[in-house]
Every structure is written in structure tokens, then in C-alpha cells.
Write a protein that binds this ligand. Structure first.
Ligand code: NCD
Length: 313
């Protein structure tokens, strides 16, 4: 795999290969010495033009645990703040002999553009409102591990509700594409103002009534209300949004046994998710973060090829 730009580019075999290797990579997390020699001598540059805590840190940790040299570049503090174009910045870094770029950018399509310009491999870590493939893979890993703990294997018959600000979310797009390949059923839940245009062509169930589905889902994936991307009033008040679309204590109690809660973070507690739900025993929020490091190790390994003789775990 040369790049990872879209979840839609992954075949079932590739998606499962990334998830299976991530399962193995996760063993490293609980070791005292967290180092595998597989990407020794390779250079990975994280280029982040948007704020990030977990995505950037987990990519950096993932690269380091695989023994790659990882470097972070952010828009602030780089020549981007002097007006350099994205193309010039990326070609400059590429000329230094970088093996892979992990890029986050506020413009949809930026990672695809960069992949056309540079020699190195490119991993999309979020491009505007478009896609965030490693987020959908880490969601899948955390959810798959949850199902397996319940003694259930496979995605068939599973129903995942993705709830909230779908309009501004790259997470929902990547999850729909990945789950189309993996095979869970998706139901999208949002107020009419926060449904993406053309959502009816995505081939998934869509509703504006969370209460209608809450008792009949296996996963409630709550998405952040992205006020920083909003230009107008998309809902009357925060209180009304939380009442209609939040995972409140009342809705938490209506989830069926074995159902779990996801949120990619950062969370607006009291808005899309009540604290009782975020911290509930069936919340996978921190499992998602842990899965994030393992998935990114696996993705970097897949993109950079790794050692041909196999992985010395
Ligand atoms: C998401 C993102 O940046 O798209 N967060 C993340 O990667 N952990 C979702 C969000 O910002 O709400």
C-alpha cells in the first residue's frame, strides 16, 4: 500500500490485514520496552495544519515504537505562516528524503493533492470535512475487540448508529466507507440541518429521530458538534440539541445489553454526550484511543512496507 488517503480505497482483505496486525501491535502497548525494530532507518514527518491532540500524538508514538524517526511540523512555527504554499512546503520536506507524510489539513482533498506531488507515502490524518481513514480503522478495531469480548465475531447483523454533527464530520464519511466494506449496518442520526447534502445516496439508513433507534443499536457513536466549522445557527440552543440528539442518561439506560458507546474525541460533555455516558462501563472512548496507537502502527507498517522477513513481535 503506497498511501492511505480514503477508507473507500481499502479492500476487505486490506482492511482486515490492517486490523489483524493492529491487534498484534497492541501487545507492545503493555510491554515495558515498547520498541519494534521494523521501521528502523525510516523517516516519518507529521505535518499538521490543524489542531490535534490524540491523532498527532498517536501517530508520533506509533512511529517511535516501530523505531522510525518521527518529526512534527505544524503550520504555526513553519514557513506556512510566512505564506508558503502547501505545494512548496511539501516539496521542500519531500526533498529531505522523507519516507512517509502523515498530513492533516483544513481543506478537503489536501491529502490527495499532496500524494500527487511528493515521492513519499502519504497517510491522510484528516482533510477538512472529507475523510479521516485511520479514525474509522481505530473505531473498527475497538468495536471488533468489544464484540469479541462478548464472544461475537464478525460484523453481520451489527447496527452502528452515528449520531450528531454529520455535516462537518470527516469521521462519519470514513466510517460509512469502511463499514460498507466490513459489513456492519449503519444508521445515521442528525437534525435535518446537520445532515450532509446527498446523504440519501450513501446507501445507509438515515433518521432525524434518535429515540426511534436508540434501543435497537449495538454501537452508539457520538460525534462532536464542530462549532469551529459552523458559520450559522444549525440548532436553536445547546440545551435543545442535547435533549434531542445527545446521549443523555435517559438514553444511556435505554441501550440494549451489550451495546457500547464510542466518541472520537474531543468530547463536549453535556452536549452530544452526558458525562454518565462518557464514563460508563460500556464506553469505549479510551479503548478507541488505545486502539489508535495500534492501528497507526499497523498503517505505517503497511505504507512503509516494513521488513520482508516478517514482523519480529
Ligand atoms: C476528529 C477529527 O479531528 O476529525 N477527532 C479526532 O481525530 N480524534 C473528530 C472531531 O474533531 O470532532
Amino acid at each position: 500500500m503506497k498511501h492511505l488517503l480514503s477508507s473507500g480505497d481499502l479492500s476487505l482483505a486490506e482492511a482486515n490485514s490492517i486490523l489483524d496486525l493492529a491487534d498484534q501491535m497492541q501487545q507492545v502497548q503493555s510491554r515495558q520496552v515498547k520498541k519494534l525494530p521494523v521501521l528502523r532507518g525510516r523517516t516519518i514527518v507529521n505535518v499538521f495544519f490543524e489542531d490535534s491532540t490524540r491523532t498527532r500524538t498517536s501517530f508520533e508514538i506509533a512511529g517511535k515504537w516501530l523505531s522510525a524517526d518521527t518529526i512534527n511540523v505544524s503550520a504555526r512555527g513553519s514557513s506556512v505562516s510566512k505564506g508558503e504554499s502547501l505545494r512548496d512546503t511539501m516539496l521542500t520536506l519531500d526533498s529531505m528524503g522523507v519516507d512517509a507524510f502523515v498530513i492533516r489539513h483544513p481543506s478537503s482533498g489536501a491529502a490527495h493533492q499532496v500524494a500527487n506531488w511528493v515521492r513519499a507515502g502519504v497517510v491522510n490524518a484528516g482533510d477538512g470535512q472529507h475523510e479521516h481513514p485511520t479514525q474509522s480503522l481505530l473505531d473498527a478495531l475497538a468495536i471488533r475487540q468489544h464484540f469479541r469480548k462478548l464472544g461475537q465475531d464478525g460484523w453481520a447483523g451489527k447496527r452502528i448508529a452515528i449520531v450528531g454533527d454529520l455535516l462537518h464530520s470527516r469521521v462519519v464519511r470514513s466510517n460509512v466507507l469502511l463499514q460498507r466494506t466490513l459489513g456492519a449496518q449503519i444508521v445515521l442520526v442528525a437534525p435535518p440541518t446537520l445532515l450532509p447534502t446527498g446523504v440519501e445516496t450513501w446507501g445507509v439508513e438515515v433518521t432525524t429521530d434518535f429515540d426511534q433507534v436508540v434501543a435497537d443499536i449495538d454501537i452508539a457513536m457520538m460525534l462532536r458538534v464542530q462549532t469551529e466549522r459552523m458559520t450559522g445557527g444549525f440548532f436553536p440552543t445547546e440545551r435543545e440539541y442535547a435533549d434531542a440528539y445527545g446521549l443523555t442518561l435517559e438514553r444511556l439506560n435505554r441501550l440494549k445489553p451489550g451495546a457500547a458507546i464510542c466518541h472520537p474525541g474531543p468530547m463536549n460533555r453535556g452536549m452530544e454526550i452526558a458525562s454518565e455516558a462518557a464514563d460508563a462501563a460500556n464506553s469505549l472512548v479510551l479503548d478507541q484511543v488505545a486502539a489508535g496507537v495500534a492501528v497507526r502502527m499497523s498503517v505505517l507498517y503497511h505504507v512503509l512496507g516494513g521488513a520482508s522477513e516478517g514482523i519480529p513481535l
